[in-house]
Design a protein around this ligand. Sequence first.
Ligand code: SAM
Ligand code: SF4
Length: 359
Amino acid sequence: METLTASFFVRIASSIRAGYSTNMTDPIALVDRFGRRHDSLRISITDRCNIRCFYCMPEHDAEFLPRSGVLTFEEIERLAGLLVGRCGVRDIRITGGEPLVRRDCVDLIRMLARIDGLEDLSMTTNGMLLQQHAADLRAAGLKRLNISLDTLDEATFAKITRRPGVDRVIDGIDAAIEAGFESIKLNALAIRGLSESELVGLVRFAVGKGVTLRFIEFMPLDSDRAWKSKDVLSGDACLKLLSEAFGNITPTGRENPSAPAETFTLPCDGREGTIGIIRSVTRPFCGNCNRLRLTADGGLRNCLFSQSETPLRDAMRSGCDDDKLIQKIQQCVGEKHAAHGIDSDDFRPPERAMHAIGG
Ligand code: SAM
Ligand code: SF4
């Protein structure tokens, strides 16, 4: 487990200087007890999905929020506007469930892209509906895309997602490349007994397309609650398999201190490829976490693994003004734990599974 280090004390001091200003013109720094400044927001816009990945959703009888319980675009815009305009959030990632199953999702992107001060707007998608939406999303102001792809093999895809369609995802990736996003990354889960045979082919595919591939260690966020630590294919194991296949793998650090992925370059088919490893389980990066999450029904979460949420939807619907909402947001940040604690004996996974939190 990463410890909170010297930079932590520096950040504490700077956060005390930044203060918890309520002045309308100064951004209110969302700094927690450990000096971590929160300037990155993930917004889940639906808990529904068009596939059923076993590491996220149940195969049958998934329970979804009633439509009236989901934040409207105007409610999302209000909260995003407050977090960016008054609280110093700089980047927003749209996620789900599958964000592209939400009707008129492109309109929401257009609304969010207009928020003054927002530096980055991105989306994580399974790619199934990307072919028809990629160009419109780009034109609406979406800058970057992460597309999930665990395998190139149709039978394995169907085993993982309980639905057919790997070709649709690949068509979606091509459409995204064609649409000219600032960055496209592919995300593959690293699951023992499943991913070993996929890693090398996925790297070749990504390098051939000129995009970055990242391997994410499987986390205990499946709704079946079947996760076991032995099911995680560790970042170390991924790197070992890749170096056996490609030879020299060179570490190149992180894009920024809060970035979850450690990046590497490797030689692949006469090109230099870039890969990322996200060791959320075996080498957590909680000490540099800068993220907040808003669920589709307006729960603000200070961690993927937190056991509680701050319900902002009902506050907004009962007439709460902006200052009061900001106080609630600050309180949520203030309650954040030092680390997710997956490796501790008393770890309990959160009540909601990944699709209902927003990954
Ligand atoms: N439906 C979209 C997708 O799959 O890209 C967006 C939502 S999904 C919850 C976001 C990311 O979470 C995906 O990259 C997915 O692979 C990842 N994910 C889902 N369940 C996970 C788990 N148990 N452990 C680690 N990552 C997970
Ligand atoms: Fe759907 Fe994404 Fe969850 Fe897979 S990981 S079931 S695509 S929300």
